[in-house]
Design a protein around this ligand. Structure first.
Ligand SMILES: Cc1cc2nc3c(=O)[nH]c(=O)nc-3n(C[C@H](O)[C@H](O)[C@H](O)COP(=O)(O)OP(=O)(O)OC[C@H]3O[C@@H](n4cnc5c(N)ncnc54)[C@H](O)[C@@H]3O)c2cc1C
Length: 432
């Protein structure tokens, strides 16, 4: 790099984690991004006047410093979540477990009896090892069977019994029994969960955030269409587009298996460990309609296996500028991990009609399949030990692997921005 006396810190990937690290490092770093635009998962694109994110990306901010700094980057609207659950031909508020009122008596009875039994047997039960144990323990058999188990299996692509509870505390808190009972008798409850309100750009998709972060980097720091191909950690150099470049340190935000695959001659134990990492791919559809959808919610959870999707959301119900006047832009997240065929898309559209989202298949202008290869890291029994081992091996070689897929965890955009800030701090003279 021109004018630089020593090798830079290299940031691999210009998703939110990489961009955040680069904001703090400035000219000390160079960012190599494989794609031709920044943002990673937080990118948006437009098709025929309809704007789509890489499924719903709603920004929840708790950290005051990050909030102050992001609010300055673009204009935001603050939105209160409107989310529903659709099951047994019935639409309720979300979360399902605290809005049981109005369901069929047999379902209510199942949920009540299950809850009572779970409560009654709590002291005698064996300890909780799996996500399935956690669901039975806190919600009982009925809520598990009617919503939580089928929904989560559709989302994660593996049964809850194959997962641990390591991620639950924050993203899946246990619900007090009193609240479930209140929901059964129809008492009005305050909105629940970590995502009750969120920010969204006033003038575009979530990609505006990443673009605004990228625009503020010093000239020459961000290098697009520059995939990192190989890393020689012994010589402290990496290859980009066939050229070797020296570095002083690496902040990598690409998925752990992709990073390890790029190392020159890593130890066998590292290659064996990476084989143990599991994750799930997600296929989804960008859907545009010619007429406004029939629902005003932002998104809906659909647990029943007969529908080929588990969640559908309407960007233009959050932000009308996401679709041309009179139309709607949506995402529909598919349960199957197989590439969607024309027949699957037809079934999805039929399902959208069946849950009352659209009036007719003819309303759909297009439904384009998209996919995210590394969507969800699976918290199986090997997850913690394997990721710890790999991260500490990489750290010992001067590679800080961080972000949602770099540190191999379930996180949010805010977490990624924080992770980038923290990674940068270790390369700054006065640690913040
Ligand atoms: C379906 C889904 C919905 C989500 N919804 C929300 C939400 O509503 N709210 C929320 O807060 N969070 C949400 N998230 C989480 C959010 O997307 C992530 O926390 C965040 O975007 C991760 O950013 P990152 O920079 O760590 O990773 P990424 O966005 O994956 O960025 C990594 C970057 O590395 C680049 N790259 C890959 N390989 C190379 C290479 N060899 N060389 C150079 N560059 C490379 C990629 O192109 C990419 O730009 C969601 C995630 C998913 C999967």
């Amino acid at each position: 790099m021109k004018g630089r006396s020593s090798a830079p810190v290299v940031v691999i990937g210009a998703g939110l984690t990489g961009l955040s690290a680069a904001r703090h490092l400035g000219r000390r770093c160079v960012v190599f991004e494989a794609e031709d635009a920044p943002g990673g998962l937080a990118r948006s694109h437009r098709i025929d006047g309809y704007t789509f994110d890489r499924t719903g990306h709603w920004l929840h901010l708790k950290d005051k410093r990050i909030r102050r700094s992001l609010l300055r980057l673009t204009d935001w609207m603050e939105v209160e979540r409107v989310s529903k659950a659709f099951t047994y031909d019935h639409q309720t508020e979300y979360p399902f477990q605290v809005h049981l009122h109005g369901h069929r008596p047999d379902i209510l009875l199942d949920c009540l009896v299950g809850l009572w039994k779970a409560h009654d047997q709590r002291r005698s039960r064996r300890s909780i090892h799996t996500f399935e144990d956690f669901i039975y323990e806190h919600f009982g058999e009925g809520i598990a069977r009617h919503f939580l188990l089928p929904y989560n299996e559709k989302l994660w692509g593996v049964p809850a019994k194959h997962m641990t509870t390591d991620w639950c505390q924050r993203f899946f808190p246990a619900t007090p029994v009193e609240q479930i009972l209140a929901g059964i008798v129809g008492a009005k409850l305050p909105q629940m969960g970590y995502n009750v309100a969120f920010l969204y750009p006033k003038n575009g998709g979530i990609g505006l955030l990443a673009q605004a972060m990228a625009d503020r980097l010093p000239k020459g720091v961000l290098s697009l269409s520059s995939p990192v191909e190989r890393i020689d950690y012994k010589k402290k150099q990496l290859m980009v587009n066939g050229q070797w470049t020296a570095y002083s340190g690496i902040i990598s935000t690409i998925p752990l298996p992709e990073l390890i695959a790029r190392l020159e001659n890593p130890p066998k134990r590292v290659l064996q460990a990476v084989e143990k990492l599991t994750w799930t791919q997600v296929h989804y559809l960008d859907v545009a309609t010619k007429r406004p959808v029939r629902q005003s919610y932002h998104w809906v959870y659909v647990p029943e296996r007969k529908y080929p999707f588990y969640r559908a959301g309407v960007y233009s119900n959050v932000a009308p500028h996401m679709a041309p006047k009179g139309g709607s832009s949506l995402y529909v997240e598919l349960s199957s991990r197989a590439t969607p065929s024309a027949a699957t898309i037809k079934d999805v559209v039929a399902g959208m009609k069946a849950i009352g989202l659209i009036s007719s298949a003819r309303d759909v202008l297009f439904a384009k399949p998209q996919s995210i290869e590394y969507a969800y890291v699976i918290y199986d029994q090997n997850h913690q030990t394997t990721r710890r081992f790999l991260l500490s091996f990489l750290a010992s070689k001067g590679i800080h692997s961080t972000g949602r897929y770099g540190s191999w965890e379930y996180n949010s955009m805010e977490d990624s921005i924080l992770a980038g800030r923290n990674a940068a701090a270790s390369y700054l003279p006065n640690k913040q």
